[in-house]
Ligand binder design. Structure first.
Ligand SMILES: Nc1ncnc2c1ncn2[C@@H]1O[C@H](COP(=O)(O)OP(=O)(O)OP(=O)(O)O)[C@@H](O)[C@H]1O
Length: 308
């Protein structure tokens, strides 16, 4: 563990009896980066996060967070972290403001102006009783308490749940500012689009295993794109259906339609054996690429897909 790592998961594993939560997770989050932790429901994101904070003990392996073992001085570590749980449950204090004052005092060093500034940005009235808050407003209070002490590390489990699009943008702006201030952000989500806007890298988990770690921009390079080629004469689908990375080939007369996963080169070389009239290649669809990590090559941990 070196000091430029905010989080280091080493073979981090949790089984709930025979049920797999997360299995053999090796993951490093660099200090100062925004990492999106993506995966479908039940893929192990919350389990991982709860072990990072020592709310759950690993079956095997360990996590090092801000250079510390979370099992050691948990209270000290938690003061350096802003944590938004996936399921928010507030203790029975009266108003949102009371809860935030209580948490601010417990952590120390929280300027009340910082709280009110966040409340203004999220357009929430903190004098409301906690029990009367809507889901979105509860989420805002959760986000305010995570950000208010400007922690070195923000660990956010599904941070945009319940927020309307305008507030989601406000949240993303806060994440950008946090990174500009040198804070590290680790945020889970099952939606690529929101993470893609702010993350430096994404880690994708599926069925309790790490499927890929990618820089957001290289996700684009591997992306799936739709291609349409118009030839001068009718062509045979057989000439194209077995090319590497080429899928969903359909031919109608002289027009070929397919999707290409990764490099276009094999398709272009095969097409060049015929007279090409026109070629249309759609912009890579990151969402589709992301879903392919979810649903393709089931089974193994897909070590071949694990990148930097
Ligand atoms: N307390 C528990 N007891 C038994 N199984 C559990 C428990 N908590 C989680 N699991 C199982 O572990 C797996 C991973 O769950 P986890 O909540 O970590 O996933 P997740 O990616 O956070 O999902 P979501 O997006 O739905 O919150 C799931 O199969 C889940 O059913």
């Amino acid at each position: 563990m070196t000091s430029d790592l905010a989080v280091c998961a080493d073979d981090l594993t949790k089984f709930y009896g025979p049920r797999r939560g997360i299995d053999g997770l090796h993951l490093q989050v660099h200090a100062g980066e925004v990492m999106g932790f993506l995966g479908p429901n039940g893929s192990g994101k919350t389990t991982t996060i709860r072990m990072m904070l020592d709310f759950l003990r690993p079956t095997r392996g360990q996590a090092t967070v801000l250079g510390q073992d979370p099992r050691r001085d948990k209270a000290r570590l938690h003061r350096q972290i802003g944590y938004l749980p996936g399921e928010l449950s507030f203790p029975g204090r009266d108003r949102a403001a009371d809860l935030l004052r209580f948490l601010g005092d417990a952590r120390g060093g929280v300027a009340w102006s910082q709280v009110t500034e966040l409340a203004d940005r999220f357009e929430i009235d903190l004098s409301q009783p906690l029990r009367a808050l809507s889901k979105g407003n509860r989420q805002k209070v959760g986000l305010i308490q995570a950000f208010m002490h400007r922690p070195a590390l923000l660990v956010l489990d599904e941070p945009t749940g319940g927020l309307d699009p305008l507030m989601q943008q406000e949240f993303l702006a806060l994440v950008r500012e946090a990174r500009a201030d040198g804070q590290t952000v680790f945020m889970s989500s099952h939606v690529l689009a929101e993470v893609q806007e702010v993350a430096d890298r994404v880690a994708i988990v599926r069925a309790g295993r790490l499927a890929a770690v990618e820089r957001v921009e290289s996700l684009g390079k591997r992306a799936i794109r739709a291609v349409e080629i118009h030839f001068a004469d009718p062509i045979d689908a057989e000439d194209f259906s077995r090319l590497p990375g080429v899928h969903e080939v359909t031919v109608s007369g002289p027009v070929l339609r397919c999707t290409v996963d990764g490099r276009l080169d094999p398709l272009i070389k095969a097409a060049a054996r015929h007279e090409v009239v026109d070629l249309l290649a759609a912009e890579p669809d990151l969402e589709e690429t992301f879903l392919s990590y979810y649903y393709h090559s089931e089974g193994a941990g897909d070590a071949s897909r694990v990148g930097a």
